[in-house]
Design a protein around this ligand. Structure first.
Ligand code: NAD
Ligand code: IPM
Ligand code: MN
Length: 360
């Protein structure tokens, strides 16, 4: 039977709490499915700053590169917010994404009927919803040069640069078109081409690739400001959303409202030889250490990992387990409504583990 090498980067805040539940679920479905996992746990983000004075030491990068997949909890928190740019926990995350060549960040949103009542939107507006954001992850304003600051007082300035090359746009657009063909065959490319030169290159490049190789897929273009509004007023119009790094960051947190919580959204950061699987949410300092975190985003990120490793039956079991627990009405505090049963992080992990294993 197969053994997969998995690097765990629990990170900060609720990161270690949700990683523990996802490993619990993963071990149980692996045992029943007949494959094994060999874990290496490494510090990342604030935890790595505290231990090694570096948010992503090169040795951690090497361990990740030598794995079959990497699971990341979350990084960052108030303790490290005074630090400058490259020394922050968040730059450790950017470094590992870049080093792994993870240029495409896949952020699916599904709203099962059982969750529709937990959404701040009308149940009939979101029940059964299924959309999929492809966010460019290793370019754009997060990485563009020049970056810097100068001056003093009111003349002090700081700047970042939003830059994309045709090659960077094409490779992530291909990912979006390929996913659309496996889904409802529609891509909405989101940009700010009415203002930004980099967005005009984005739009022209997506159009050209579409005409040359993907004319069977329906393609729309939308400005980011309108897209944020459309996400709330009529989310059903979307199938695959293709967008750049910073727009995708914002739009995917907005899309989390559809199912009622950021604590539900998983992601896969792919494109290189080793994938990085990370929830969309952060370290949630406001609820860390209290057993309140929703572990579903991390657990569903493990399902995305298993799909990538071709362990699709185990991935499906995890998704079925999460659906079952939601159907039964168990909710962490981020989702709880009258009529639900409030459950802790570890209780939810146990429930999903048992429900997932039962389907195998
Ligand atoms: P956040 O995602 O940590 O939290 C936003 C809100 O959502 C908070 O109210 C939080 O309690 C809630 N929330 C998030 N995940 C939840 C979960 N699993 N269960 C229940 N509630 C959940 O974003 P923030 O507060 O803007 O940032 C906090 C820190 O996290 C910052 O340092 C930020 O840089 C970092 N961050 C890291 C990542 C990452 O590691 N991938 C992502 C986003 C933010
Ligand atoms: C995310 C986070 C990160 C991002 C930060 C922490 C670097 O917000 O994964 O969405 O902006 O990519
Ligand atoms: Mn984000």
């Amino acid at each position: 039977s197969k053994t997969y090498k998995i690097t765990l980067l629990p990170g900060d805040g609720i990161g270690p709490e949700v990683i523990a539940e996802s490993v619990k679920v993963l071990d149980a479905v692996a045992e029943k499915s007949g494959f094994a996992l060999e874990y290496t746990t490494q510090n990342a983000g604030g935890a790595a700053i505290d231990a090694h004075n570096d948010p992503m030491p090169d040795s951690v990068v090497e361990t990740c590169k030598a794995s079959d997949a990497v699971l990341l909890g979350a990084v960052g928190g108030p303790k490290w917010d005074h630090l400058a740019g490259a020394l922050r926990p968040e730059s450790g995350l950017l470094k590992i994404r870049k080093e792994l060549g993870a240029f495409a960040n896949l952020r699916p949103v599904t709203v099962p009927a059982s969750l529709a009542e937990n959404s701040p939107l009308r149940p009939e507006a979101v029940s059964g919803l299924d959309l999929f954001t492809v966010r460019e992850l290793t370019g754009g304003i997060y990485f563009g040069e020049p970056i810097g600051e100068s001056g003093e007082g009111d003349d002090k300035k700081a700047w970042n640069t939003m830059v994309y090359s045709v090659g960077e746009i094409k490779r992530v657009a291909r990912v979006a078109f390929e996913w659309a063909r496996k889904r409802r065959n529609k891509v909405t490319s989101v940009d700010k081409a009415n203002v930004l030169a980099v967005s005009r290159l984005w739009r022209d490049t997506v159009k050209e690739l579409h005409e040359a190789e993907y004319s069977d897929v329906e393609l729309d273009h939308m400005y980011i400001d309108n897209a944020a509004m459309q996400m709330v007023i009529n989310p059903r119009q979307f199938d695959v959303i293709l967008t750049g790094n910073v727009f995708g960051d914002i739009l995917s947190d907005a899309s989390a409202t559809l199912g009622g919580s950021l604590g539900l959204l998983p992601s896969a950061s792919v494109g290189g030889p080793v994938g990085l699987f990370e929830p969309v949410h952060g370290s949630a300092p406001d609820i860390a250490g209290q057993g309140k975190a929703n572990p579903f985003a991390m657990i569903l990120s493990v399902a995305m990992m298993l799909d990538t490793l071709d362990e699709s039956a185990a991935a499906a079991a995890i998704r079925a387990g999460v659906d079952k627990v939601l159907d039964q009405g168990y909710r962490s505090g981020d989702l709880w409504r009258e009529g639900n049963t409030l459950a802790s992080t570890t209780e939810l992990g146990d429930l999903v583990k048992n429900a997932a294993v039962a389907t195998l």
